[in-house]
Design a protein around this ligand. Structure first.
Ligand SMILES: Nc1ncnc2c1ncn2[C@@H]1O[C@H](COP(=O)(O)OP(=O)(O)O)[C@@H](O)[C@H]1O
Ligand SMILES: [Mg+2]
Length: 407
């Protein structure tokens, strides 16, 4: 159990900056996910925290003490990688015992004959055997202890790797995409197991992944990392509801948030593709903006209406209780595509290719500036007609009824 503090951590490989000043504070017992696309520097960060890689600037602190420059062994961290890194010639039991053998016995004591000579060695070996049994039962691999890694499935190997990580009761777990090699079903069940285990042991964990589902389902908090920077830290809910950057917005949520080009003009936000006024936003400077809307905040209507966005449904995906409807917004030449998420029972009458219309829930819109930074501004619908919207009279939407109209 340990409290981890990462302060302004920087790392370059040659001229290429890989970490550009990472700040992260992880509470004792917390499970934090570092979520980011491949190549953004996640593994490098993890390796630095583990002591496997040197950094250029900044500090790593464990329980308040700077550990920069300390060897991995003395940091008391356990790392689980995507590749299991088990020794193929050793049995599962031997693989599990190895970290303890290396820690608790010196070179001479590890020799097979040593146990005859020393009472201490006997005792330590007995303790190691017990620890192996305990760790194996925690991840339910007792039956596999005599097998070699080659005789195990991917999921079983990953459990062995987990058991080997937890056998030392480390202060900190570092997990680098540990589920990538597993098939989808196994991944889902192993997700839950890892969290269960981590909570039971109370060990602080940093879990690196590019998979938003893993981050969202497993972590207490998520740090979104893009291009060597952490752009937002928060619970999955916080990031989903209030992304502070359009890149974070796009990284959390399936299907992705729809992001449209728009303009702000006299406190009114217009959709660029159609000129439709979609919300009042007092205090936003005139100019280009990006309008974000989650798929569940798009309402579709069967007919084309003056007070809604002209839309053509292009494709639909039935998913059981809900359905995703792909739509093209605006005239053909300037049309942009989007995805709406609707209750499955309202899409029966939906006609692919026939004109329809859409509304974006004004209160649920996310506004970003041109660079993608969130604009903190209350967004309102209006009951009164809006002024000229890009040359055409348009009305803002009334948020009040916000009906999921049958299409
Ligand atoms: N030892 C290294 N030498 C040179 N470049 C490296 C080294 N390790 C990683 N990189 C580069 O640093 C960047 C980040 O890598 P990495 O931390 O592995 O990203 P991630 O784990 O997020 O996919 C990548 O562009 C990668 O090519
Ligand atoms: Mg990696």
């Amino acid at each position: 159990m340990s409290h981890i503090e990462i302060q302004n951590l920087k790392k370059s490989f040659g001229d290429a900056p890989v970490l550009r000043g990472i700040d992260l504070s992880i509470q004792q017992g917390e499970f934090i996910a570092i979520l980011g696309p491949s190549g953004c520097g996640k593994s490098t960060l993890l390796r630095i925290v583990a002591g496997l890689e040197a950094h250029d600037a900044g500090h790593v602190l464990m329980d308040g003490a700077i550990v920069d420059g300390l060897a991995p062994k003395t940091r008391d961290v356990a790392v689980v990688f995507q590749s299991y890194a088990l020794y193929p010639h050793m049995t599962v039991a031997q693989n599990l015992a190895l970290p303890l053998v290396m820690r608790d016995l010196n070179r001479a004591e590890r020799l097979p004959l040593a146990r005859r000579l020393s009472g201490r060695v006997k005792r330590v070996r007995a303790e190691i055997l017990q620890a192996v049994q305990r760790a194996a039962s925690q991840v339910e691999i007792e039956a596999l202890l005599d097998r070699k890694p080659g005789q195990l499935s991917g999921g079983q190997r990953q459990r062995v790797a987990l058991a080997r990580a937890l056998i030392r009761k480390p202060k900190l777990f570092l997990l680098d995409e540990p589920l990538s090699n597993l098939d989808a079903t196994l991944r889902a069940s192993t997700r839950a197991e890892i969290v269960h285990l981590q909570k039971k042991l109370g060990t602080t964990a940093i879990y690196v992944t590019h998979d938003q589902t893993e981050a969202m389902t497993m972590a207490d908090r998520i740090a979104i990392m893009i291009d060597g920077e952490i752009i937002q830290i928060g619970t999955a809910r916080e990031i989903y509801d209030r992304p502070i950057d359009v890149r974070a917005a796009l990284f959390i949520g399936t299907p992705k948030m729809n992001v449209f080009e728009g303009t702000a003009e006299n406190g009114v936000i217009h959709l660029a593709a159609t000129g439709t006024a979609v919300a009042h936003a007092a205090g936003v400077r005139d100019g280009p903006v990006q309008i974000g809307v989650r798929p569940e905040h798009i309402t579709l209507m069967r007919e084309q209406r003056e007070d809604a966005i002209p839309t053509v449904p292009t494709h639909r995906e039935f998913l059981g209780s809900e359905a995703l409807v792909h739509i093209a917004i605006g005239e053909k030449t300037r049309s942009v595509s989007a995805i709406a998420r609707l209750d499955a029972d309202v899409i029966d009458g939906l006609q692919i290719g026939k004109p329809a219309s859409a509304r974006l829930r004004p209160g649920a819109l996310h506004l970003f500036d041109r660079e993608g930074k969130r604009l903190e501004t209350p967004l309102h619908s209006s009951l009164v007609p809006l002024p000229q919207a890009l040359g055409r009279e348009k009305r803002a939407f009334n948020e009040q009824p916000a009906p999921l109209l049958r299409v």
